[in-house]
Design a protein around this ligand. Sequence first.
Ligand SMILES: NC(=O)c1ccc[n+]([C@@H]2O[C@H](COP(=O)([O-])OP(=O)(O)OC[C@H]3O[C@@H](n4cnc5c(N)ncnc54)[C@H](OP(=O)(O)O)[C@@H]3O)[C@@H](O)[C@H]2O)c1
Length: 237
Amino acid sequence: MIVGATSGIGEGLARRYAEEGQVKVGIMGRRAGRLKGLCRLRPEVFEAEVCDVTDLERVEASLERLAARMGGLDLLILSAGTGDLNPLLDYGVERAALETNVLGWTCVADWAVRRFERQGRGHLAAITSAGGLRGSGAAPAYSATKAFQMNYLEGLRQRLQGKNLPVCVTDLRPGFVDTAMAKGEGLFWVASVEEACRHIMRGIARRKDVVYVTRRWRLVAWFYRRIPGWLFKRMQG
Ligand SMILES: NC(=O)c1ccc[n+]([C@@H]2O[C@H](COP(=O)([O-])OP(=O)(O)OC[C@H]3O[C@@H](n4cnc5c(N)ncnc54)[C@H](OP(=O)(O)O)[C@@H]3O)[C@@H](O)[C@H]2O)c1
């Protein structure tokens, strides 16, 4: 199941898993037209459910319905996310990131982990961001919510370790990927959606804890994390 499958990396993953052909692929997102378009390509493979993850009253029921139509759930990929550059520090922009990347995101992640614990196996893979490793002056809520997600996934992994179950949690951390989400000046090492999906699918198949997308971003992350605070605050966000 892919949550946030109506564009970008989520849609790319949906198409690639569908090409593998041996599994049902559940796709969830806000835009019914885009979901229908995908279903038309492979009606025997795709099952779709329209859902906005910020609609907290409905999210769990939508996830249950989709999983039931798929006939079970082995892997949930959580790609839905939002965030904008916010030079005016407009609270509306920050709030949208908080509602999607924290409230809606946690509702989906918790539902998946509870389900996997009940069934005794499963895999949650969530797309966070290398941008969540430090604060960002240009998009404070985006970087902070991605930090929340990385921290939350680490917590889930620790919880599951204690239960000794074959339930896996993968934190997928892209640098820049060529989608609507890649915003701002001076982008570098921008991966195509195809390249990003290949890396993500390999990381998931290997049941990794943390995957940088692409691998060279592990190096960036290493340096990024070590920049001292006094220097970091002087850098352009
Ligand atoms: N592209 C990058 O450079 C980059 C870098 C690091 C991390 N990421 C992360 O990768 C993930 C996928 O982003 P992308 O690059 O593929 O950009 P994208 O094309 O903008 O995809 C974002 C997806 O999230 C969905 N979404 C947003 N809010 C939602 C909500 N409330 N309920 C349900 N779905 C919602 C969007 O749905 P709609 O189609 O309805 O808008 C869209 O399908 C995001 O979590 C993003 O933070 C991307």
